[in-house]
Structure formats: C-alpha cells, structure tokens
Design a protein around this ligand. Structure first.
Ligand code: BG6
Length: 488
C-alpha cells in the first residue's frame, strides 16, 4: 500500500481528535528521556488532545507501576517543572499492559479506553523498540485490528542497506498505508531545521545567491563529545554512518539544498527532498574517512576486532543545475573535541588584487553563513570589514542572531514533542518517506559494499588526520576561530 502522504494542512487548524496512543518500549531509554517528558510538556502547553497513553513493554508493571515510572522520568528529564495538578491530570491518562499478558490484553485496553473517550478516536502507535522487533509489532497491530484509524511512528534505523530498507517498507506497507506511517528523524524536528526553510524562502536576500555561482562549499558538521554509553549492542551493528549520516545529516542536507517547493505542505516538500536524494552522487569509499576512537575496542561488549566506525567524514556532490561542482562535506563522530551541530556555507571569494599586500583580505577564509542547529537556534554571517584607523587593514566581522534574543524560547518544543504533535495532526512535512530512505541507501551502496578501513583517533580530537586531506584545499570550520557572541 504505497501512496503519497495526503495533504493534511487542514487538520492543523481544526482541533485534534481524541487519541489513544500506544507506546511500545514504554520503559526504554528513549521513553524515559524524551517521550514521557515530551508528552507531559505537550499536555502542559495545551497541545495534547484528549488522550490516553498505553505503555507496553516486557517489564512486569501495572498502571500504578507505570505511573511511578513516568513520574521518575519527569523528575529527571522534564524541563518545565511538574506542578501537582498537571501531574495528576497527566498520570490519570497513563495505563500499562505488560507484553506477557498477551496481545488480546492490549487490544482490550485500547477498546475500553476508546469507549471511555467516545466518538471518533484516533490511534497513534509509537514504536520505540529495537529494529529487529519492529516488523513483528507491525504485524501484531495488523492482526489485532489496531492498524485501523491509526498512525504509526517508526524509530530509526529504517534498514541498514537498500535490501533491508525495502524489506522493512514492504512489511510496513502490508499493514499500513504510507499516509499512516511517520518515520521519525528527530533532527528535522529541531526548530532550526524548519528555520532553514523560513530563512531561504521567506527572504529575498539569500535565495538569489544560493547556488554554485556564489557558494564554494557547504559543511554539515555534528561532532559529539558523548561516547556510546549503554548502547553498544545497537551501535556495534550500526556505526556512525547508519546511525547519524543516513538518518540525520543527509536529511538536513536536503533542506539546505532543495529547490523551492510549490507550497509549504508535505507532498511538495517531500518531492523536493527526494529530488535532492536522486541527484546525490553515490558515496564513494575514496571520499570517506571512517574512524574509531582509541579505546573503543576495550568498551564492554565490543568485539575484539570490531571495524565499527565511531566517526565518519565524507565529501559528496549534488549533481543538478543548482549545485554541480559544489562539494558538500559532512562529518560526525563520538568522543570528539566538542559537541556542535552546524551547517556552514562558504561563499566564493572576490578578486582581491585591489587590496594592498598585508591588508588581511581573505586571511581568515571566505565569508560564511553559519546555522547552529541547537534547539534555540543561532545564525551568523561573517564578512570582511575595515579595521578603524589609517590605511586599509581588514578584519573578519560578523552579524549574529540568536533565538534567545526574541524572548520566545519558552514557546520552543523539543524535537520529539514537535514531531509527536505533527504525527497527531497527520502532517508528514518533517518525516522521511519510503522513497527518500530507499534512495539514500541506494546512494550508499559503494561505501557499504567496500568500506575503507577504520582509522584510530584520540578521544577528544576532531577525528583521524585524514579529514584534512579529504577537504583540502578547503578547511573545516570547527573549531571556530571566533566563538559565538553571547548576549551581555
Ligand atoms: C541519535 C543517535 O539519533 O541522535 C545518537 O542515535 C546521537 O547516536 C543523537 O547521539 C544525537 O541527537 P541530539 O539531538 O542529541 O544531537
């Protein structure tokens, strides 16, 4: 059942239907850190419709046990306080079915809660389960009749290569129509990702220069200081390319590189993103640096000869009229020197011959436009300006903007919150489609079939030395020569 997601903008303005949400993997790490606190914040912000949340997992809990579990999660991770009255209302909407109670028990609780809510109740299934368990849950939902009137949120990874992605999509489509499926990529739920679209298409200033004539190269750089923590079993099979590149960095790249959509609605935006993926050059092993931090092999659970990469940097191109010849450099890794999430656009340099030798023109690289994809996003435009005083000496200066300056950061929704809300609205704008994800796996084929060897890098560094050859004669923006300005 593969069809295009429908245009659902109308549901954004009509009140949401009551929902029964089934949270698979309800006692897992993601549920504790993000989903339960996120649902609570949506309720606080008045964005959750009348809703009953049924947690389910292997843990042997009852409703009260799940409520205490959720309370613990909120105490640890809720960002906006947990006032008693709000907690009482939220906790009374929480229910639990242990998986060992059998499928019928889940279907029965959902039916009872729907009856209690009355009227036209929508279902939302959130699959926060390990990838190997997801197909079985999907089939169970179909068997129990729980796919009707339902939407399903799938967590990444959506396969590990083209064949497994096609297989997973076929399994999904045997039970759910594509319009019911929401493949979550939380990077796209970050406020800053949508702001890329606003910035590009709501202004006349930048779009005319958003092309190969004016842009020399683009970097999408997401170093992390974190290590793998308790996710070794998952990470050993996944690695940085599958964990971060396919799911997050390429998605951000699509927003950055796509053509103007005909309308700000899911189908048009999805189409333009897919065109970017179709034009993406195949990822060639010679254009990739894979790294592994020193000490990874000693982590408990890691195979003695593991070749899993904890770092990846690559160069790719988008072979279309707008971007042909412009290199895109992407990098991400664990245990690196700093945590950051930036997109940096380097503009072509002008002829500099009129400036006297020693003036400093070009000495600090090209002009840059930099997006910081932090939740409270920031933006900087750097350029050369004259240093005050006699003669012509040039310094790099910058115009900077931070969302904090607007005083509207309290309106921020965390990425997961926004995406759960969008799925309840049926809005696919920020979700990945079957076609998009399959195209990315297809483009990844040369790398996956013939990965270059992993190179060691010291924890706390910027990756193996080979990253500099990869990008030469350009240079990585991070670490920044000048930091972000903070409001005084
Ligand atoms: C997850 C990856 O999807 O994104 C993690 O599995 C990564 O490995 C995380 O650390 C980064 O997300 P954020 O929002 O913390 O930058």
């Amino acid at each position: 059942m593969r069809s295009e997601p429908t245009d659902v903008n109308s549901s954004l303005i009509s009140p949401l239907r009551p929902h029964v949400m089934v949270l698979f993997g309800a006692t897992g790490d993601l549920a504790r850190r993000k989903l339960l606190p996120g649902l609570f914040h949506l309720a606080q912000a008045g964005l959750l419709p009348e809703c009953r949340i049924v947690g389910t997992s292997l843990d042997d809990l009852d409703d009260d046990g799940f409520r205490s579990y959720a309370r613990g999660a909120l105490d640890d991770f809720a960002h906006h306080g947990v006032p008693d009255d709000e907690w009482d209302a939220f906790s009374s909407s929480l229910f639990y079915v242990c998986q060992s109670d059998g499928d019928e028990a889940l279907a029965k609780v959902v039916a009872e809660l729907e009856h209690e809510l009355g009227g036209d109740v929508a279902r939302l299934h959130y699959l926060s389960v390990p990838p190997a368990a997801a197909p079985e849950v999907v089939q169970r939902l179909g068997k129990l009749g729980l796919a009707e009137r339902a939407r399903i949120i799938m967590e990444k990874p959506f396969g590990t290569d083209l064949a497994s992605a096609v297989k997973l999509n076929n399994t999904l489509h045997a039970t759910f129509d594509e319009s019911q499926i929401f493949r979550i990529d939380h990077f796209l739920g970050k406020e800053a990702a949508l702001n890329i679209l606003a910035f590009r298409f709501a202004n006349g200033l930048f779009e005319p220069i958003w092309n190969r004539q004016h842009i020399a190269h683009v970097q999408i750089d997401v170093p992390e200081t974190l290590s793998i923590g308790n996710r070794i079993a998952f990470y050993e099979k996944t690695g940085a390319y599958r964990d971060m590149m396919v799911n997050h960095l390429f998605q951000v790249l699509a927003f950055m590189a796509m053509e103007p959509p005909t309308a700000l609605e899911p189908r048009s935006i999805g189409e333009e993103k897919n065109k970017v993926f179709r034009s993406l050059s195949p990822i060639e092993p010679s254009q990739v640096v894979r790294g592994q931090y020193e000490g990874y092999l000693d982590e408990p659970g890691v195979g003695a000869h593991s070749e899993t990469e904890t770092f990846i940097a690559l160069r790719c191109e988008i072979d279309n009229w707008r971007w042909a010849g412009v290199p895109f450099y992407l990098r991400t890794g664990k245990r690196m020197a700093q945590g950051a999430r930036i997109i940096s656009i380097a503009f072509r340099e002008p002829p500099k011959s009129m400036f006297p030798i020693g003036s400093g023109v070009g000495a600090h690289g090209p002009d840059h436009l930099t997006f910081d994809l932090a939740d409270a996003s920031r933006l900087s435009l750097s350029f050369y300006g004259k240093r005050p005083g006699p003669g012509m000496r040039l310094d790099k200066q910058s115009l900077q903007f931070s969302l904090h300056e607007t005083g509207r950061t309290t309106d921020l929704l965390e990425a997961y919150e926004r995406l759960i809300y969008d799925a309840m609205c049926g809005d696919h704008t920020l979700f990945t489609s079957a076609e998009g994800i399959e195209k990315l796996w297809e483009r990844s084929k040369p790398l996956l079939e013939n990965p270059p060897p992993v190179r060691p890098y010291p924890p706390g560094s910027w990756g193996p030395n080979a990253i500099h050859q990869l990008i030469a004669p350009d240079a990585w923006r991070l670490p920044f020569e000048r930091g972000w300005r903070t409001a005084s």
